[in-house]
Design a protein around this ligand. Structure first.
Ligand code: PHE
Length: 338
């Protein structure tokens, strides 16, 4: 029996050595220590031994059993540790690896310029209003002193939705809408999209304008000059020359077009300013008394000025862009430059 036990012990050690996972270890345990296990069988055989050998054999079996239990316990701990390490290794994340690049979005250059212009006027105390893009003929033309047969209707190639409904050709109808719902003093700008049936290097069927209106008692042309000069110098630089040229709009009287000295040639004359040394920026004028009457305000009491400018045009001048269509092609090589 003693020989059996020592070879059992050797066999166990050899098998233990070859066991590589927890399931195999459990098999091994059952095979030695289970109800019908090899060591358990030895204990059962004790009874058949002569009495004088029984005691010694019993203590060797117990000692072997304790040895097997201890070894299995140690191996279990080692295997658990190994499995955990393997799990960590397979699930590990290398946070030092560079991530895949995700280009941040940017505001469209037209939006950037629109925001910049808006904040200059807000700093002068103007508020911001809006009006509909699908507009009544009445607000787009009639109430702005452009009756049906007026030649000024030819200046703007209008998209008609229905007989009396148009895509607004300018932001000026917002002047009338705001004047109808609120009493002076008024001091606001109205940015937004406008539509004209026109397409070439400097025209697109949709573009953006900013309208401005200031109405109160005693507003004069010098207020108009001060506000617009201050705006143009804030936007294009303090030293930029500004000039007012007489012009005509049915809804303002007198009317002016406002130019800045060419920022590309410094007034010498170049391709951009067509040799004139000046670049036209916006249209403006004193609100025509007829417009006050149609909006329900007394032109004897109130006076005011209005102005309007194209945002794409101003963006093109600011960034030296020679084709307006670039704004609407959504080419990231173009848009990414702003
Ligand atoms: N609405 C005019 C245009 O689109 C611009 C303008 C606005 C002129 C206000 C004078 C006053 O050309």
């Amino acid at each position: 029996m003693m020989d059996d036990l020592s070879s059992l012990r050797e066999k166990f050690l050899e098998e233990l050595y070859r066991t590589g996972d927890l399931a195999g270890l459990e098999d091994l345990r059952v095979r030695y220590l289970g109800k019908k296990g090899l060591l358990t069988n030895q204990i059962k055989e004790l009874g058949s031994l002569p009495a004088d050998q029984r005691k010694q054999a019993g203590s060797v079996i117990n000692e072997t059993k304790a040895f097997v239990e201890r070894e299995i316990g140690l191996k279990r701990a080692a295997l658990k540790d190994k499995e955990l390490r393997e799990k960590f290794a397979s699930e590990s994340l290398d946070i030092t690896l560079p991530g895949s690049y995700c280009a941040p979005g940017k505001l469209h250059p037209v939006t950037q310029v629109l925001n910049e212009i808006t904040s200059i006027f807000i700093s002068m105390g103007f508020s911001v209003e809006e009006g509909p893009e699908v507009e009544l003929d009445y607000y787009n033309f009639e109430a702005l002193n452009i009756p049906k047969d007026h030649p000024a209707r030819d200046m703007q190639d209008t998209f008609y939705i229905e007989n009396e409904i148009v895509m607004r050709t300018h932001t000026s109808p917002v002047q009338v809408r705001v004047m109808q719902k609120s009493k002076p003093p008024l001091k606001f700008i109205a940015p937004g999209k406008v539509y004209r049936c026109d397409a070439d290097i400097s025209h697109t069927p949709m573009f953006h304008q900013i309208e401005g209106l200031m109405v109160d008692e005693g507003i004069s042309f010098s207020h108009l000059k001060a506000v617009l000069e201050n705006f143009l110098r804030s936007f294009f630089g303090t030293g930029v020359p500004v000039r007012f040229r007489p012009s005509y709009f049915p809804f303002t009287e007198p009317s002016a077009e406002v130019d800045i000295g060419c920022i590309f040639c410094g007034g010498q004359g170049c391709k951009t300013c067509k040799g004139s040394g000046w670049i036209e920026i916006l249209g403006a004028g004193m609100v025509n008394p007829k417009v006050f009457e149609m909006a329900g305000h007394n032109p004897e009491k109130y006076s005011g000025f209005a102005f309007g400018m194209g945002i794409e045009r101003i963006t093109m001048i600011k960034y030296s862009i020679d084709d307006i269509r670039l704004f609407f092609e959504n080419d990231l090589r173009f848009l990414g430059q702003f």
